[in-house]
Design a protein around this ligand. Structure first.
Ligand code: NAD
Ligand code: USQ
Length: 383
């Protein structure tokens, strides 16, 4: 299949592009490189030194003979988007190209507005491009488990059947997102669902949990193909941050009580889930939702797992409970369904098997690149 990866220079996108290319799909990458700019704006860097996108693609070609066309530009610019799509003629669009940090979206008004405009208008442009010229193309859109929030009932995959005053209907699952970023994903989901219902487009919304790990078979083939690994207080995510903190002897930064429970998955499962979504596309008019995670953990449990694994390889890992910079429940019920991708054939990697190889070893290898001033959180949800 011809698959255009929007956001293909990013963490999930780069790993996915190489994986799908290796599986024999014809892959193109579209990216504005704005994420590299946001790192510069914040004065932070990925732990792993990532090569410029042109060098990455060239190296992939040298190693595998496979060519990945590159479209450099911003999908909020419709003319750029439609001309890239006309050139590439995709069967599938995988859309990772958004501002994805909750803390970044909560810095101030400008960052909140920028996040929602970037994410919502980019996705809307894709929907209009599909409606006008690519009505059979399958959109695979990265959503987030955080769209659901932490309700006191089980979380279904996208829809819930409700009986009310003697009548019954299956409706989109209620959304209670926890940041301006997570809200942008809810807005996207509504827009995509509308486009499928009204224009007959086909789309899969992947409500992904927190991704961890840096190593995939393809990105591990050469230093120039290495993936990014963020550890700073804005773009770093919980488990990746804990491993890097363990490597440099910084106490693990559990926010508040640590009972916050989320869905997690290994980056090697992210790429496989995307493959399953494009190999088994949604029907015309279908807005399909998969919950994309493999295991649930509380952040407190994660910290204990990192502590045990770190101590086993000779690190001395301590755990700290910081005042929570976010407003979120710190003790709550969380039980989310995730059977649809498993039914399609996903065979998960489990954290207990991969914590050391996929993360701690990288953290130790690159520990000298860590800027210790960027570990503690600086953005707060509180006024
Ligand atoms: P990332 O920041 O590493 O990559 C996103 C890429 O999109 C960047 O290369 C950026 O330059 C590009 N981009 C952003 N806005 C763009 C625009 N308007 N036009 C063109 N390119 C643009 O993020 P990631 O961690 O790879 O996340 C990818 C997607 O997966 C996001 O939509 C995110 O919300 C979702 N997601 C990520 C995680 C996670 O733990 N990383 C978990 C759940 C969902
Ligand atoms: N947390 C800590 N300590 C830290 C960092 C985070 O305790 O040092 C806690 C947070 O308070 C939160 C949980 O860990 O309760 C998850 O935070 P996170 O920063 O790992 O993840 P989040 O902000 O939710 O965002 C990340 C990605 C986002 C994606 C989301 C999936 O950045 O793109 O949408 O994970 S989910 O969490 O399922 O919504």
């Amino acid at each position: 299949m011809k698959v255009l990866i929007i956001g293909g220079d990013g963490y999930c996108g780069w790993a996915t592009a190489l994986y799908l290319s290796k599986q024999g799909h014809e892959v193109g990458i579209l990216d504005s490189l704005v994420r590299r700019f946001w790192d510069l704006e914040l004065g932070v860097e990925t732990l792993t030194p990532i090569a410029p996108i042109q060098q990455r693609i060239k190296r992939w070609h040298e190693l595998t003979g496979k060519t990945i066309p590159l479209y450099l530009g911003d999908i909020t610019n419709y003319d750029f988007l439609i001309s890239s799509l006309r050139q590439f003629q995709p069967d599938g669009i995988i859309h990772f190209g958004e501002q994805r940090s909750a803390p970044f979206s909560m810095i101030d008004r400008q960052h909140a507005v920028m996040t929602q405009i970037n994410n919502v208008s980019g996705t809307l442009n894709i929907l209009y491009a599909m409606k006008d010229e690519f009505p059979n193309c399958h959109l695979v859109k990265l959503g987030t488990m955080g769209e659901y929030g932490t309700p006191n009932i089980d979380i279904e995959e996208g829809y819930i059947t409700i009986e009310h005053n003697g009548r019954k209907d299956t409706l989109p699952y209620p959304k209670q997102p926890g940041s301006m970023y997570h809200l942008s994903k809810v807005h996207d989901s509504h827009n995509i669902q509308f486009a499928c219902r009204i224009w007959g487009l086909r789309a899969t919304d992947l409500n992904q949990g927190v991704v961890y790990g840096v190593l995939t078979e393809e990105t591990g083939m050469d230093e120039l193909l290495i993936n990014r690994l963020d550890y700073d207080g804005v773009f770093g995510t919980a488990l990746n941050r804990f491993c890097i903190q363990a490597a440099i002897g910084h106490p693990l930064t559990v926010y508040g009580k640590g009972g916050q429970t989320r869905g997690f998955l290994d980056i090697r499962d992210t790429v496989r889930c995307i493959e399953l979504a494009i190999n088994y596309p949604a029907e015309a008019g279908e807005f399909r939702v998969f919950n994309q995670f493999t295991e649930q953990f509380s952040v407190g449990d994660l910290a204990l797992m990192v502590q045990n694994a770190g101590n086993a390889i000779g690190l001395k890992v301590e755990i700290d409970h910081l005042d929570n910079p976010r407003i979120e429940k710190e003790e709550h019920y969380f039980n989310a369904k995730n059977t649809k991708l498993l039914d399609l054939g996903l065979v998960p990697h489990y954290l207990s098997d991969s914590l050391i190889d996929s993360l701690l070893n990288f953290a130790v290898k690159y520990q000298n690149r860590v800027n210790h001033g960027e570990i503690l959180p600086k953005v707060t949800w509180k006024r």
